[in-house]
Design a protein around this ligand. Structure first.
Ligand code: NAP
Length: 240
């Protein structure tokens, strides 16, 4: 049975490394990042063209099961895969890494709400880690932003006062403390991405008294089977 592995995350690469070559897998990337970290084994790149395009691709490529190991905020891809598989009666699993504990954080449900909160509370030095697509709601802000992204945001969405830091995790506690201190950050804005690679910023913010604004995850589509670890995803694949 050939398995489609929807990726773009460290977990997806780890899962591909565990499954290849014993299982027949094809990894899929959206193609947003130039020079992406590639998983081992066969890889295809680019969108499928919505639910219909995905179903066609699954048929054309003789896929028997789908593991969705995309990022917890890649809600459109996750919804499309859930719908496509449900309609085709195809086995489908979501590898959904555990969320961070938001204790002590100010919780919001969107990047728009995060921008409103930053403005309301008068923060002036913002560490923004919501990705290139999460900058736009902050465009009109008067605060200063350190914007850490993998690929640069479009120039027209950048706030007046900012510095763009192009970088990819993992990050260390010491490095994150230095970044917060050197830039006199008073608020960290982050998605609740979960995972160890970018978690150090939370401990650094807590220890330095920096407020954290955390954007809650979008919910999973109802009725999907989900696991939290690569080990559990390997077990599910082996059980097919
Ligand atoms: P999204 O909003 O859920 O998806 C938008 C569209 O991109 C999908 O409808 C699909 O296009 C295409 N797509 C997304 N993931 C794909 C994949 N693995 N393979 C093929 N096509 C894919 O996704 P996103 O939030 O932009 O994330 C894009 C990629 O970046 C994902 O692979 C995700 O794992 C990774 N990533 C996302 C975040 C984040 O914060 N969102 C962070 C780190 C990594 P069609 O409708 O044409 O099929």
């Amino acid at each position: 049975m050939r398995i489609l592995l929807l990726g773009g995350t460290g977990e997806a690469r780890a899962l591909a490394a565990r499954l290849h070559p014993d299982f027949d897998i094809v990894s899929s990337l959206a193609g947003r990042v130039p020079d992406p970290a590639l998983p081992v084994g066969p890889v295809r790149i680019g969108g499928f063209g919505g639910v219909d395009g995905l179903q066609q691709w699954l048929r054309d490529n003789d896929i028997g099961a789908v593991v969705d190991a995309t990022h917890p905020f890649a809600a459109t891809m996750t919804a499309h895969a859930a719908q496509a598989c449900a309609e085709l009666g195809m086995p489908h699993l979501v590898l959904f890494r555990p969320a961070w504990d938001p204790a002590g954080a100010l919780r919001v449900t969107s990047d728009i709400e995060a921008a409103e909160l930053v403005a309301e509370q008068g923060f002036s030095r913002v560490f923004l880690t919501t990705g290139r697509s999460g900058v736009r709601p902050f465009t009109g802000s008067d605060a200063w932003f350190l914007i850490r992204v993998v690929t640069p945001p479009d120039a027209d969405v950048l706030p007046r006062n900012h510095e763009v830091l192009l970088s990819r995790g993992p990050y260390t506690y010491d490095g994150e403390c230095m970044l917060l201190r050197d830039n006199a950050i008073d608020v960290l804005v982050t998605k609740n991405s979960g995972g160890a690679l970018t978690e150090a910023k939370l401990a650094a913010a807590k220890d330095l008294g920096v407020t954290v604004v955390m954007i809650d995850r979008p919910p999973l589509p109802s009725g999907v089977t989900a696991v939290g670890t690569v080990d559990d995803a390997v077990t599910w694949v082996a059980s097919l």
